[in-house]
Design a protein around this ligand. Structure first.
Ligand code: PAF
Length: 280
């Protein structure tokens, strides 16, 4: 695997490696790689792409400085995992390479998507995500961008940005990988204590219960029950909601037909966990 820290050099290598028409696949990450990330790398390799991954802990998407400071970093094991998976290139930029001194932060028109769920609880987060992904896509110019469904709203935000800016990259959204306990894989899980790790799967248990029990009509009581259960177990719930899967408008009275998604975010101690499940 080629490891490259410079944007120009990385772009040159991707162009050179795909000059005979091979497609390129790109997986942006913030490191602390787990099997969920590796499954995206594998999807890209299986599709025959020249496959690149980036590791960059993007400061502009952290609304909480402590979360940024404590974001796990496991670079040497990340490199081993990428090598083993057969990744072709790792882009490992410095802050200066992504945000040079003359970088002018653009503003992205995300509209409603930025005002709900993660947008509401993490002000500025999606502007930061768009800023870095836009920059990375300009460098990598991939045929395909692989994203995990675990960050459901992020997938929608990035899809909107790519479409609004006319970026010629196709987006492949891949299923969330889970621990045997049901806990959605996430780099932040590394920061859970042993006790918290036994509690954390309750979010996915409650989403599964929602999926099993949701019926046409008012959905409030079933959501309230889950929130109560999570509260009792020691979570501080930001939201546990049902929304239209296509536009994230909240659903309180389900027509029994439209595609819906269950979305959850809750703190366990100082670790904020998110998860989601398509419900029908
Ligand atoms: O999902 C993530 O890890 C990040 O938000 C991303 C897409 C790599 C941008 O920093």
């Amino acid at each position: 695997m080629i490891i490259c820290k410079l944007a120009d050099e990385t772009q040159r290598i991707v162009k050179e490696s795909t000059k005979d028409g091979q497609k390129s696949g790109f997986i942006p990450t913030m490191g602390a790689l787990h099997d969920g990330h590796i499954s995206l790398i594998q999807k890209s390799i299986q599709a025959g792409n020249f496959t690149s991954c980036s590791i960059f802990v993007n400061p502009t998407q952290f609304n909480n400085p402590a979360d940024f400071a404590k974001y796990p970093s496991t670079l040497s094991s990340d490199i081993d995992k990428l090598e083993e998976a057969g990744c072709d290139l790792l882009f490992l930029p410095s802050q200066n390479e992504i945000y040079p001194p003359d970088f002018k932060p653009p503003h992205y028109k995300l509209g409603y998507l930025e005002s709900v769920f993660e947008g509401k609880y993490r002000p500025g987060h999606f502007q930061g995500v768009c800023m870095v992904v836009d920059r990375l896509l300009k460098i990598m110019q991939p045929t395909l961008l692989y994203l995990g469904q675990k960050d459901y709203q992020q997938c929608m935000v990035i899809s909107k940005m790519v479409s609004d800016l006319g970026i010629k990259t196709e987006i492949a959204i891949c299923p969330t990988l889970r621990e045997n306990s049901g806990l959605a894989m996430s780099s932040r899980n590394m920061r859970l204590t042993a006790d918290q790790k036994t509690k954390a799967p309750l979010i996915s248990t409650e989403l599964l219960r929602l999926k099993k029990n949701i019926r046409e009509g008012n959905v409030d009581s079933i959501l309230e029950e889950s929130i109560k259960t999570l509260d009792k177990a020691g979570f501080k719930v930001d939201y546990f909601s049902v929304a239209n899967a296509a536009n994230l408008q909240p659903v309180t009275n389900w027509d029994g037909q439209s595609k819906i998604v269950g979305l959850a975010a809750a703190f366990l101690g100082e670790i904020r966990l998110i998860d989601n499940m398509l419900l029908n």
